[in-house]
Write a protein that binds this ligand. Structure first.
Ligand code: M6R
Length: 611
């Protein structure tokens, strides 16, 4: 949450920072601001998206080779100009931006108020900034030293960038919990929350670690720990192309990402799954195969869409591997007192690898002796660094706030892990194993076929866009897909939607059913297909509108449905990879039809780095 960008070097900082902020807008878009060191400090900030900031600075002096910028997802204080970052210290000499939450800000604020400090915003950021200034003044020390002293007292998460009017050729940065990447150019440096603002300038980056401070000049990058010891910057090469962060002709990133799925699932399987020879190569998992096979249980920890992937995986692991699985919301897991045994295997599922709740939950489990495996999309992310091993999903940069291609890549990776363990453990026979490998390798082509229904789904969205509520029902492997379909619709179209196990619907939600309620059945063919057909009948009998996702060749469901979307036949274990796609399209088109900004739905942010 919140995106931060910094630039120092030979170019004008303003265009680099503004462009970077646009790339990071998916992290929050309540307000945006920029500070430039330009013979003094120039600070411009505005409530709303980056475009509003750009408009506000037309005609202003935006020169300067050092600049920092921020796009905000509000935590402390409403979205407004005054709460927008950057903030400027009481003395007027230091500007700062911040991503994270300072938990002990109230106590520090009181201390500063007693010393005569005043605050022009409601943010925790302004408190930390003035705390730093106070230390700098009292110790008559450099800004870097003041930051170091201040951070030793800070409880919470932060990535901060500071510029000093009196030292315009330096940016000071520090992180704990919130990400920071530094791009290394020729006599210039780029700082950002992720690599997307950096990739067009350089592919050499340093991922700053927790508790590190960076002293960044045009021609120099110094990293130190909070004990003032120099750290060696570890330079990595970015594996990211510019096209991956552009819309490439699509109206929205979300639609582009939905359409990328045949390729992203293929990329995820490539080099790992050899269906012909029945081999699955996953280095990180291989290393822990013994522990996974012998685990008393596996606990999947995740949030949101990633949690839904965990639910599908629970069914798959239990079916194929015969290992008990629990699926936990990270936010609940971290605050209760869960029983964790040494040797329990935790699978952390996260697109961003930065979700604060997931990160803290796995740190807690790790302390108690659990083995942590990450199923993550962002390489080098915080969760990746805490995990013992894992498997990346290789879905590429996901920019739309509503997760789509990351979800199907998570399902593909989790299915491969389950198959690998089941085969090694011999909990499934060779015939089933080979059949499922073949089923999985066929998925990218089958997703392409599902996407051919694009226009049909678009037409359905027009028909149903004015509904007040939606109910999504599914059974077995498709139950979590019903939850995911409902979540997508809520996020993008702001229509109230609930996902439910199809049979459980009789225990309450059926009271909602009338002729106005669209009920989406995720009803692809599986072992219990007849059961969900009965559930359709129950809805039809109460005049609900039935929209069904069905398998080709199903002749019964259409007779009970107002509308159907047909997907290719597939084994029930891999069917969720197909059945979720029309639900993503439906949510997308309803959101667009209602005129909403589907890539940046209200109140949301892509990467939830606060609890
Ligand atoms: O980056 P993560 O996968 O850890 O994020 C988890 C959730 O915040 C995320 O899936 C969220 O629910 C999405 N907006 C869903 O579309």
């Amino acid at each position: 949450m919140c995106g931060i960008v910094g630039y120092i070097g030979k170019r004008d900082a303003y265009p680099v920072v503004i462009k970077g902020l646009k790339r990071l807008e998916y992290r929050g878009y309540d307000s945006a601001g920029i500070a430039l060191a330009n013979g003094g400090l120039k600070v411009y900030k505005k409530k709303g998206k980056v475009a509003a900031l750009e408009e506000a600075v037309i005609g202003e002096d935006v020169k300067g080779h050092t600049g920092i910028g921020h796009t905000r997802w509000a935590t402390h204080g409403e979205p407004s100009d005054r709460n927008a970052h950057p903030h400027v210290s009481n003395g007027g000499s230091v500007a700062m931006i911040h991503n994270g939450i300072i938990e002990n800000y109230a106590q520090i604020k009181n201390e500063l108020i007693k010393k005569g400090y005043t605050f022009s915003s409601d943010t925790d950021t302004e408190v930390l900034l003035n705390f730093i200034e106070d230390i700098k003044k009292n110790n008559d020390c450099a800004l870097e030293e003041a930051v170091r002293i201040a951070l030793r007292r800070i409880v919470g998460a932060y990535c901060i960038l500071l510029i000093d009017r009196d030292d315009p050729d330096t940016i000071i940065a520090a992180r704990k919990g919130s990400p920071l990447v530094i791009g290394i150019g020729k006599n210039e440096h780029f700082l950002a929350s992720d690599a997307s603002p950096i990739v067009e300038y350089t592919k050499e980056v340093v991922y700053v670690n927790d508790y590190e401070i960076a002293i960044v000049r045009a021609d120099e990058l110094i990293l130190k720990n909070l004990g003032n010891e120099r750290q060696t910057p570890f330079i990595t090469k970015l594996d990211m192309e510019l096209a991956s962060i552009e819309k490439c002709g699509f109206d929205h990133f979300m639609l582009k990402e939905i359409f990328e799925q045949p390729q992203t699932i293929f990329d995820c399987l490539r080099g790992r799954l050899d269906a012909e020879n029945g081999t699955i190569t996953m280095g990180g998992i291989q290393h822990y195969a013994e522990q996974i096979m012998n685990a008393g249980r596996i606990i999947m920890i995740a949030c949101g869409t990633s949690w839904h992937a965990g639910l599908v995986a629970e069914y798959i692991f239990e079916e194929l591997c015969r290992i008990p699985v629990e699926v936990e919301y990270a936010s609940e897991f971290r605050y209760r007192n869960p029983v964790i045994h040494k040797g329990d295997v935790i699978i952390a599922i996260s697109q961003s690898g930065e979700t604060a709740d997931t990160l803290v939950a796995i740190e807690k489990a790790k302390e108690q002796g659990a083995i942590i495996l990450g199923v993550l999309n962002v390489v080098g992310s915080s969760i990746a660094r805490v995990s013992h091993a894992g498997a990346y999903t290789h879905a590429g940069h996901e920019i739309g706030v509503a997760s789509t291609k990351a979800f199907t890549a998570q399902l593909a990776v989790l299915t491969m892990i389950a198959l690998k363990i089941a085969h090694t453990k011999k909990s499934i026979d060779d015939e089933r194993y080979f059949a499922l490998c073949r089923e999985l390798i066929e998925i990218p082509d089958k997703v392409s076929l599902v996407l051919q229904q694009n226009e049909h789904v678009k037409a359905l969205s027009e028909k149903y866009k004015d509904a007040r509520d939606f109910l999504y029902l599914g059974r077995g492997y498709n139950f979590p897909i019903a939850l995911e379909g409902a979540l997508k619709l809520k996020e993008i179209s702001y229509i109230h939607a609930e996902g439910y196990p199809a049979a459980e619907m009789k225990h309450g939600p059926i009271a909602l059913v009338d002729e106005h309620l669209p009920v989406v059945f995720v009803a692809t063919k599986d072992a219990y297909h007849q059961k969900i057909v009965s559930n359709m009948q129950e809805i039809k009998a109460r005049k609900g509108k039935v929209i069904s996702i069905i398998t080709e060749g199903d002749t019964v469901s259409p007779t009970l449905s107002d509308d159907v979307i047909v997907v290719p036949a597939a084994d029930e274990i891999v069917a969720p990879l197909l059945s979720v796609v029309p639900l993503q399209l439906l949510a997308y088109y309803i959101g667009v039809a209602k005129g909403y900004d589907v890539d940046k739905p209200r109140n949301l942010a892509k990467s939830v780095t606060v609890e």
